[in-house]
Design a protein around this ligand. Sequence first.
Ligand SMILES: C[S@@+](CC[C@H](N)C(=O)[O-])C[C@H]1O[C@@H](n2cnc3c(N)ncnc32)[C@H](O)[C@@H]1O
Length: 231
Amino acid sequence: MPLTSKSLPEYWDTYKPHSGDGMPPAPVVDSFEWTQYPGHGPGADFLGRPRTALELGSAEGREAVWLARTGVEVTALDLSPAQTARARLWWEGTPGLSFVNAEACEYLADTSTTYDAVYSRWGAVWFTDPERLVPLIGRRLNPGGVLALSQAEPIEGFYGPQAMYGNGLSGRRLPVLRWSYSPEMWRDLLKRSGLTEIEASVLPAPEPENVGTLMVRAKAPAKPAVPRRRR
Ligand SMILES: C[S@@+](CC[C@H](N)C(=O)[O-])C[C@H]1O[C@@H](n2cnc3c(N)ncnc32)[C@H](O)[C@@H]1O
């Protein structure tokens, strides 16, 4: 079976499921969290001060909602039809917020829209080959625009695509991939993609023996290089 994202909406449709009948109430959105530990690490200021932003892998839409409430025009994109439909029902009518149901690489390759910030909070960047995704993001950033992402810290020495069975070990085969790289590898990849002001590090957990958070940020060059005139 080819390892493409086409098989994955069914996996992500059940992310953060709810029990019982009907639609659960919308989650409370009172902060922008990058890490798995509420109140730990930076907030939305990690993105700078964008006017427009694209979230890749927004699921419930919490961070997108928080950002839109601060006046940013946010596009919240997710591969999963169920996640997108649920987020739309919850957050319909939030000024400046729109939802797109699409695969990140396909959307970025097709759209002509550019953004001041593109971000992924444990989202599409973790579950897509960054060698393919990051150059596509770079092309859709405005000059000086920010790419920011967070995900679990890598396990030392185990880098590259990490595969698991999405339906468990006795279910129908559904390979799900996550890409895990060290901060040094991220710095190299971002540099090769033409991004600047690169920062990549592991933010330790509040209890230092617990799993930390990989935090990455880089910018598109402030101005496209002006070609020199020939004499
Ligand atoms: C682990 S969840 C994180 C969701 C949310 N950002 C959060 O922090 O709760 C990953 C999300 O990324 C989405 N996703 C994974 N791969 C994607 C892709 N290639 N394009 C768009 N969305 C993707 C999934 O559908 C899922 O909703």
